[in-house]
Design a protein around this ligand. Sequence first.
Ligand code: SF4
Length: 405
Amino acid sequence: MSDTVSVYIHVPFCIKKCSYCDFYSTNTLSFLPAYVNSLQREIGIRTGLAGLAGPAKKNAQTIYFGGGTPSLLPLEEVEKILGTVCACYQVLPNAEITFEVNPGTVDEPYLSGLKNLGVNRLSIGVQSFDTAKIKVLNRIHSIEESIGAIGAAKSAGFENIGLDLIYGTPGETREKWIQDLKTALEFKVAHLSCYMLTLESGTPLQAQYEKGLFQMHGPDILTDFFMATSTFLGQQGYEHYEISNFARGRENRSRHNSNYWNMTPYDGFGPSAHSFGFPIEKGLDARDTCLASPERSWNPADVNAYVQSLSSGVLQAREREVLSCRQQMLERVMLGLRTSDGFDMAVFKKISGQGYLKGITPLLARLETQGLGAVLPGSVKRFQLTLSGRARLDSIVEAFADIIL
Ligand code: SF4
């Protein structure tokens, strides 16, 4: 049986850095053609399909173009990349193919072109419909361009559209944020991602904060924003299925990101892209057991070195981390608790053995008594956090870590 994975393509180019962002990207767009050639080589070499002989192709159930700004790729380059992915993987007929779009970089012909190439889901980074907020975030686009991009996506025939939004910017009130959400709802999109603004080290926003140019909201106010977002979007028919993600029905959840939270293997390509998988030789049956030894690996965040290395047909050395049994247990819990499906107690027991399940039982009982979590009824026992529990996710995960690690 072939392995089934998600495929991630990191496109490390942006026109200008947004004030809050610490994702790897460069504004040296002249690297773009060489980057695409290198990417095609990386995919070919790592799947074993660059030469004549290769292993059986893996099934790709999702493909995700993230960045950076994937919508800076000309359509011909997107076609080349998708062609390589289709040559090196068995792309499943119903595969979800997502493309992240910056509203300042697209028009209707471009989005129609993506649709014709097989992209079936768009994630549009509008971030806000408030001009002052867009300015604080140092985005390259106007509100009019965001609205134009959503309209163009619909005209191009996309039904599965997600909008990315940010809340908790300096000076923003809960009322202003809910107004921002109300504007987003007017577009009746399938999916909303609502990210709480955080100060990442090395970003211009953090530097401004350290100079005392503004104050960030405290944890109580941010919790209030979080709870209000969930309640308001719930009333509007959006299911809060992951800490920052809301879908109009289960069918509109991001399948690609859900695979990350389920610890399904993924192959990431491009500078800084991460991959996660299980050693093939241990077989599919070893997963969900202590024998699995899953591995996370990632490319260096340097497009120049990436291109130089792959132009001579050589893969860069990748950083690697093999998860111990305890790390695997904690990740299952941590990722599961982010979602409304919670974590699977049967899998936890299989990985950890009865002893560990007994170890966490008092914590589960305490969370239940405090109204922070509950065991969901059903054939497979899953433990899920309530909304109040999810608002305290970090401290709850720490409590699990104290027991498991
Ligand atoms: S466009 Fe996206 S990846 Fe690029 S700097 Fe802004 S937030 Fe970061």
